[in-house]
Write a new protein. Structure first.
Length: 348
């Protein structure tokens, strides 16, 4: 929120092989484990007797080298496996690096948020989840790499396009980030009054519909400081919805809530996503609604997620539809998604 836009990104280095082109080609080009130099494009049905099977399988990209200064062992649990979602990605991180001073936060991040799904980005505290969100909306710029939203490069957007692009997003911050001087109704109406030409009657219809959805219709006159933490989050949710965003980002929607409120909020997220999917299909919208929920609450992730990205040490350990992830045989993923203290992940 109080973030300053960073300096503009350095232009992609044209001399770098594979730079920004495809997530499967990490910087520096490590030696792939398979036979080198094999063209990955030989057609499946080609009768070439000498062609290797590698080219046919070409599903998982070669294992990337660890980031500079890190050992292969530190990334031993990063299988980099991505179980297919069957959908295009609404948001895509391609080899993204971001450091603050000496702290290397994103270290060659490749991550996708499939369109029309509720995705979770989970990872231990301080791994850079909020930093990811800020990259998606152009509040932070990568040192290297690219972030695509509906196929368009965010770091390369001129300011006017960036402002337009941000209208695709609804953002829900940890505390709801309501304006303290406005009552609930005016808070939720704010984006409509700011960004649309709608008359007050229409604004009221929309605001009351959204407040109703989050169970706050009767609290419309209340000031933010009269609301509980859970109510503030729901109010923030209502406000994030009024402009009918294609992509809704929730940063720790569950922080500070008791388990029951957390579960209810999770249900609300699922319900509203379902309604928005129906609406998007009925209206024939170009993009299906994509939700990305950032959390370190594993229980929420298990309940709410269609798709799970596990972020650790600046890269995705493994990602995929929730069922695949919950059945993963990766010990790190198993430990992490089960919330167990025994396993490779230790407190440090
Ligand atoms: N603007 C900034 N300047 C300097 N350091 C920053 C900045 N933003 C984030 N960081 C650092 O980057 C790291 C990742 O921060 P981030 O807020 O993304 O973590 P997180 O995964 O969201 O953690 P949590 O689950 O606790 O919210 C932290 O060490 C943080 O101090
Ligand atoms: Mg955070």
């Amino acid at each position: 929120m109080d973030e300053q836009r960073d300096e503009p990104p350095t232009a992609p280095d044209p001399g770098q092989p594979g730079e920004g082109a495809h997530p499967s080609v990490p910087d520096g080009g490590p030696t792939p484990p398979g036979p080198a130099g094999d063209a990955p494009s030989s057609p499946v049905g080609a009768p070439g007797p000498t062609s290797s099977r590698v080219s046919v399988v070409a599903e998982q990209p070669p294992r990337p080298a660890p980031p500079e200064g890190a050992s292969e062992q530190e990334y031993a649990f990063h299988s980099y496996r991505v179980y297919p979602s069957g959908r295009p990605d609404a948001v895509e991180f391609i080899d993204v690096y971001k450091s603050f001073g000496r702290a290397n936060i994103l270290r060659g991040l490749n991550m996708g948020l499939p369109e029309g799904m509720v995705s979770m980005i989970i990872g231990p505290s301080g791994t850079g989840k909020s930093v990811c969100i800020k990259h998606m909306v152009g509040l932070l710029y990568p040192d290297r790499g690219d972030i695509l939203v509906h196929g368009q490069s965010v770091p390369n957007m001129p300011d006017d396009e960036l402002f337009e692009m941000r209208k695709k997003f609804g953002l829900l911050f940890q505390d709801g980030a309501l304006f303290g001087s406005m009552n609930l109704y005016d808070n939720v109406a704010f984006p409509l009054r700011q960004h649309t030409e709608k008359g007050e009657d229409e604004v009221e219809d929309i605001v009351m519909r959204r407040l109703g959805e989050v169970g706050l219709a009767s609290a419309r006159e209340k000031m933010p400081n009269e609301l509980s933490g859970g109510m503030r989050k729901r109010a923030g949710f209502a406000r994030a919805l009024v402009l009918e965003p294609d992509i809704l980002l929730f940063d720790e929607p569950d922080s500070g809530l008791d388990p029951v409120r957390t579960a209810l909020l999770g249900e609300l997220i699922i319900e509203i996503h379902r309604d928005m999917m129906d609406e998007a299909k009925a209206k024939g919208k170009e993009h299906l609604p994509t939700f990305a929920v950032v959390t370190h609450d594993i229980m929420s992730a298990r309940r709410v997620a269609d798709y799970i990205n596990v972020l650790w040490m600046g890269r995705i350990v493994e990602a995929g539809p929730a069922e695949d992830m919950l059945n993963s045989d990766n010990p790190f993923i198993r430990q992490f998604l089960a919330g167990e203290s025994q396993g490779p992940l230790a407190m440090d």
